[in-house]
Design a protein around this ligand. Structure first.
Ligand SMILES: [Zn+2]
Length: 341
């Protein structure tokens, strides 16, 4: 599916020398930062720091789960994820991804990989599906206990990716759902967004392996299809499809893609019976149009736990499962998670 497999070398095998070189070429300096810094950060010797970090190969205690290793990635594909870690003494850490025009296209707070205060910082960023190709820049800003700040930066090459387009003809019932601006639906949208944009440092720590919720069932729609809805009255509206659709019969068991906590399990007007699982701070998987639920909010689940059965509830043209991942609110390709092991 992905044209290259350099995005996130899980065992620290990314081309680190290249990463350091690109960072220098991208020209991050103490004066060109465009993020707010708390306190007077020192004029950092970036090349020396980058070399030190590039040599680091972090292993995190991930709270009894699978040990986690990751190097700073030097390339990325739109719609995928960037995850990396490094050990650093700091009170807090943030990371921003800039495109080749210097525009911030993703940002996140860092979190500790495990319980201990010495556990490495981990950053998980969504590379938006709409990201422009070219040489971008990853910049982390770390704050020490005394309030001073320093930064580290690396070049990251953002590749090109083509997405599909499709048309979906709406029945009167489905058109009515899309046109429903009732207070109830708005409340449901607000609640879901509040969850998906929530970054909880106390969230679970699950780094994989990830599973498809319905095994290798056939697919009927891809991630980030440009989807044009055709209304019965002849009007059209184009949106993007944030997940993958599996063509599975009603009643097919649906399993959690990873360990985590069920943070939403309810019936929604547009997505029908729905489940959302939190796996990491800011990282969520979503399951829509279920026929019935087998999980409730607050429940801890494992990869492979039954959370419901597929159906055709909400805005749906027939039985299927919609499966989606969000990272800090941004939709990312579920296949990226499956490709990690
Ligand atoms: Zn879908």
């Amino acid at each position: 599916m992905r044209p290259r497999k350099l995005i996130c070398a899980p065992l620290g095998v990314a081309s680190l020398a290249v990463a350091a070189f690109l960072a220098i070429a991208a020209g991050p300096t103490a004066t060109d930062r465009n993020v707010p810094i708390a306190g007077p950060g020192p004029a950092s010797s970036l090349s020396a720091e980058m070399a030190a970090v590039a040599g680091a190969d972090a292993t995190a205690d991930s709270g009894g789960m699978k040990a986690y290793k990751s190097a700073v990635p030097d390339s990325a594909t739109p719609g995928d994820c960037l995850i990396f870690s490094f050990p650093e003494e700091a009170r807090e850490a943030d990371c921003i991804l800039y495109d080749n025009a210097g525009k911030a296209i993703a940002r996140t707070a860092g979190f500790r990989a495990g319980e201990s205060a010495e556990a490495p910082w981990v950053f998980v960023l969504a590379v938006p599906a709409t990201a422009r190709p070219g040489l971008g820049r990853l910049e982390t800003v770390l704050r020490r206990e005394d309030g001073s700040a320093f930064d580290r930066a690396w070049g990251v090459s953002i590749g090109e990716k083509a997405f599909m387009a499709e048309e979906v003809r709406l029945t009167a019932k489905n058109a009515a759902i899309r046109s429903d601006f009732s207070r109830e639906r708005m409340k449901q949208i607000d609640r879901l967004n509040e969850i998906l944009f929530r970054f909880d440092p106390g969230a679970p720590r699950y780094f994989g392996p990830w599973k498809s919720p319905v095994g290798d069932a056939p697919r009927s729609a891809a991630f980030f299809d440009a989807r044009t809805y055709l209304y019965p009255k002849g009007t059209r509206e184009t949106t993007y499809h944030y997940g993958i659709d599996f063509a599975v019969p009603r009643g097919t068991p649906v399993f959690s893609s990873g360990d985590g906590i069920v943070v939403l399990a309810e019936s929604r007007i547009s997505t029908g019976w729905s489940v959302v699982v939190e796996h990491l701070p800011g990282v969520y998987s979503l399951y829509y149009h279920l026929d019935s639920l087998a999980a409730s909010e607050g429940e801890a689940v494992r990869a492979g736990t039954l959370i419901g059965r597929s159906g055709s509830t909400g805005l749906s043209t027939g039985p299927h499962l919609h499966w989606e991942f969000r990272v800090n609110g941004e939709a990312v390709s579920p296949d990226w998670f499956l490709s990690r092991d």
